[in-house]
Write a protein that binds this ligand. Structure first.
Ligand code: BES
Ligand code: ZN
Ligand code: ZN
Length: 496
């Protein structure tokens, strides 16, 4: 098994590229530069002519937030985002967005290296600006004939800021690479990214970052009787996989592991409950965005060597309507022996996640978080602006999760999770049915998952954000890598 995946990984390198991020110790008048300031008086006179300084001051008076000056052989950018934003995390986000805006100009002028210099004295803002630049610089060019020509010019971002440590810059590099990896995975079409190839990508990430990866093949999954995963896979000619990733630091702060679970449906046709194409099946290569989030968060955690014990589980298959496909009306015995009446084969995510959640019980986890493009209802409810979430954890944990969501601006929209919703998924002939009817679709999906948990657990429905149909600043368009930065931030704080 492992040999097979080793061979696969050497063959299947994604078209990978990132941007280099480093702390700088000096900067010169020869370099493309960004000055972050809250007062034009702080600008270093040696970098500006008098007319230029007057121009910058006048622009700031006119409420411009970004001013560009074309000098002889370089572009100088001055950023002044005054504190009119309500909350600290809104200000940080404004800096990320400004970073993305500035990036466009630097790529236009074919700049290769940009130095970000901060005169603000508040920590975190130059990092946020650099993050907006770095994430905004992402491109998916694997399938472009003229990739070399189309590639953005900016390759290096240097940060000159006394409040930024080398480690801060390193952590930004790590999280940027993790997000790039996640976006690549989501952008890959199913013609390339089968469940086995997805598992192979996790093996590759594990090797690069130093976490262990075990992949169960169809034989093993059958032996284990993971009925939910096998049922969804019945209509497919590609075998399913179940991937277990583990990072256990020698000085882990947590005695019981944190377990991440990600939906790895590499393509969702709906199965026999077939989806229409337009605005529905056409983007369902992205139905593995949850798995990309957890696998690439593992990459970040291991690269950063966080003193933690973290496990990630990815059940993976495509969902198709072939001759042997599972059908509405079928009763499936799940991995934990719960019986489920399938009334819609398009509610496949909960079927495969349920088996992974049951599997997680053996770890006696401190916390389990699952990430899934689970329901159109979640997407309809909050749109592309956040994650729908619900579950059973203590208030302190919810607060910490929300704080991380705000900090990285992958925000949490907490849904009600009252016991009564469980009534909606009771079956006439089995323990559960896999759909709850027309109301509260995101919540009944969550209630279905809850049935398979016996530990503190929180569910993140990322259906609205895993794949973006319009450019959204530094998040770009298409695969967003949503969830990676959120998980990484939460685990970083947990490890402190
Ligand atoms: N993968 C879809 C959910 C989805 C929809 C993700 C839109 C991203 C964008 C999921 O498997 C699904 O089809 N859910 C059904 C459930 C229903 C049949 C109960 C849905 O939401 O329509
Ligand atoms: Zn579906
Ligand atoms: Zn799906």
């Amino acid at each position: 098994m492992s040999e097979y995946f080793q061979k696969q990984t050497s063959k299947i390198q994604l078209y990978r590229m990132s941007v280099y991020i480093k702390k700088a110790t000096s900067y010169s008048r020869l370099e493309h530069i960004v000055f972050l300031t809250d007062n034009a008086k702080n600008l270093p006179a040696s970098h500006f002519g008098k007319k230029e300084i007057d121009y910058v001051k006048a622009e700031f008076k006119n409420k411009s937030k970004i001013v560009f000056i074309n000098q002889y052989n370089r572009t100088v950018c001055v950023v002044n985002i005054s504190g009119d934003k309500k909350e600290a995390h809104d200000v940080v986000e404004a800096y990320r967005k400004a970073g993305n805006d500035a990036l466009g100009r630097f790529n236009k002028t074919k700049a290769k290296q940009v130095v970000v210099v901060s005169f603000i004295g508040k920590p975190g803002l130059s990092i946020a600006f650099a993050e907006g630049m770095a994430l905004g610089n992402y491109q998916f060019l694997k399938y472009r004939k003229d990739a070399a020509k189309e590639r953005n010019s900016v390759r290096t971002i240097l940060i000159q800021d006394e409040s930024v440590s080398r480690r801060d810059a390193e952590l930004l590099q790590i999280s940027t690479n993790a997000v790039y990896n996640a976006r690549n995975l989501v952008n890959e079409p199913q013609s390339y990214l089968t469940s086995e190839v997805l598992a192979g990508e996790f093996v590759r990430l594990g090797k690069e970052a130093g976490f262990s990866v075990t992949v169960f093949d169809k034989e093993k999954i059958t032996e284990l009787r993971m009925g939910g995963l096998l049922a969804v896979n019945k209509g497919s000619i590609q075998p399913p996989t179940f991937t277990i990733m583990e990072w256990k630091s020698a000085n882990a702060k947590n005695k019981k592991p944190v377990v991440l679970v990600g939906k790895g449906v590499v393509y969702d046709t709906g199965g026999l409950s077939l989806k229409p194409t337009l605005n529905s099946m056409d983007y369902m290569k992205s139905d593995m965005a949850g798995s990309a989030a957890v696998g690439c968060a593992m990459y970040a955690v291991a690269k950063a060597k966080l003193p933690l014990h973290v496990i990630a589980l990815v059940p993976s298959t495509d969902n198709r309507p072939d001759g042997d496909a599972y059908a509405p009306g079928d009763v499936i015995t799940m991995y934990d022996k719960t019986t489920v009446e399938v009334l819609n084969t398009d509610a496949e995510g909960r079927m495969i996640l349920a088996d992974a959640l049951s599997w997680a019980k053996q770890y006696q986890p401190q916390l389990v978080m699952d990430f899934a493009t689970l329901t159109g209802a979640a997407s309809a409810a909050v749109g592309p602006y956040g994650m729908v979430c619900m579950g059973k954890v203590d208030k302190g944990t919810v607060d910490a999760l929300k704080q991380s969501g705000d900090a990285v601006y992958e925000r949490l929209a907490e849904f009600p999770f009252w016991d009564e919703y469980s009534e909606l998924i009771k079956s006439d002939i089995a323990e559960l049915k896999n759909v709850g009817g027309s109301s509260a679709g995101a919540i009944t999906a969550g209630k279905f998952l809850q049935h398979f948990t016996d530990y503190p657990w929180y569910h993140f429905d990322i259906a609205g954000v895993g794949f973006l149909h319009k450019p959204d600043s530094y998040r770009g368009k298409n695969g967003s890598g949503y969830g990676v930065r959120f998980i990484f931030d939460y685990l970083k704080k947990l490890s402190q």
